[in-house]
Write a protein that binds this ligand. Sequence first.
Ligand code: CA2
Length: 145
Amino acid sequence: MKRVMILNGPNLNLLGVREPHIYGKTTLEEIRQNCEREAGKLGLAISFHQSNHEGELVDLIQSARQDADSIVINPAGYSFTSIAMVDAIKAFEGPVIEVHISNIHARDELHRHSKISHAATGVICGLGPYGYIAALSTLAQMKKG
Ligand code: CA2
């Protein structure tokens, strides 16, 4: 069974609670439940994490080298700043799908240029919480994922 590590960066624990006009009303817990349901259908084994701490996210990405075959990551605010996460992702051999709930290309200058995309296999943005499902479905179909 393919193992997928799903990682969520800073402030995503506030989804559905604050700023619903940008990020919608779905909570991170609901996204987790939807991912569990979809993974069951697709025959994937998932682990789901959220952290507000860059080092903890780097540790998780490193642990994926042993614990996962592929990664789905919403790096949130660290998308635009974290070279450490880019380096950790580059050391991971499997596919990495970067997901953003909002369309970062339609956002302000501060939220437009993800550094993580440089190291990602693919990027999904602007599809709302469905982006996580699209990522899982893609990985299920990939030879290497
Ligand atoms: O659209 C996404 O998924 C983002 O990764 C979310 C990040 C943002 O910095 C990226 O540009 C796009 C922000 C996550 C913060 O989430 C909040 C949710 C509710 C209230 C406040 C922040």
